[in-house]
Ligand binder design. Sequence first.
Ligand SMILES: Nc1ncnc2c1ncn2[C@@H]1O[C@H](COP(=O)(O)OP(=O)(O)O)[C@@H](O)[C@H]1O
Ligand SMILES: [Mg+2]
Length: 299
Amino acid sequence: MMLKETLRPYSHETASARAAYYAGNMYKIKTSQARVISITSGKGGVGKTNVVANLAYALAQLGKKILVVDADLGLANIDILLGLTPKYNLQHVIMGQKRLAEVIVTGPGGIKILPASSGVEELTSLTMGQRKRLLAEFSLLDEAYDFVLIDTAAGISGNVIYFNLAASEIINVVEPDPTSFTDAYALMKVLSVKYGANNFKALINNVASEAEAKDIFEKLRLVTDKFLQIKLEYLGHILRDDKLREAVRLQHAVTEIYPYAKSSRCFYQIVKNLCNVPKGEIKENSINRFINRLLGKGD
Ligand SMILES: Nc1ncnc2c1ncn2[C@@H]1O[C@H](COP(=O)(O)OP(=O)(O)O)[C@@H](O)[C@H]1O
Ligand SMILES: [Mg+2]
């Protein structure tokens, strides 16, 4: 069909998978155990990309397989933060010019990154052929991921909503300044009132102390308890740290080059909190569900 013959078949791809690919059939993605988590915020510049990069790196150090989806259309993206220069992105897959595995790049600690900032807008208006091809491409991924972390844009634009609803868990990054607080509330309000999302994890970044983070969290919980029908959990805090800024300048994750910096210790604590969630509490945690929701199929 529309698939170009120039595309290389994967070495692990069976003849029947290849046939299904051509036929555009949907079938189950192998990696059903991944937790798909979107990292989002109401306001920009609060540290989302750093959170994604460092949680990814710290989780990888614990032996977890990580896929990062860069879904932010903005400029200071995760590839720049990690000093990577991906040649292709999701758009090439949508257009049938590249296989998904050819677009995914490997970052520090073996984390995989799917550059999707170009292509994100097209996701909402795919042709049936493109949608089927994309589903088939995800189903053919060789790797079994433990976590998929999505770096979303800030605010309440269509794409942000889209990725947050497709994910199984939402981390809302909040900073001490008042605008970040009100924007964090506004985002949860839209996601819950208009779209029925009712579980959020708050990550308080850029604080001077854990007490400051707890204080911000309690204030946020006070208003969400009062006005919204949601469950808001405290995931953790990240201390304000010059070493993190320096790492950004050097185009590395702080956990990679300064593993003992105060912010790095916070990231490892958060990873611990994330991994400590009792199994029963994580429901429908599959890439399958994510992709199907993202592409407008299934639930
Ligand atoms: N914990 C922190 N300590 C010090 N500076 C921080 C911290 N978190 C974020 N920053 C600063 O904020 C900037 C923006 O962070 P970034 O992760 O790009 O935000 P976002 O992705 O939300 O736009 C970083 O380049 C860094 O300079
Ligand atoms: Mg960012």
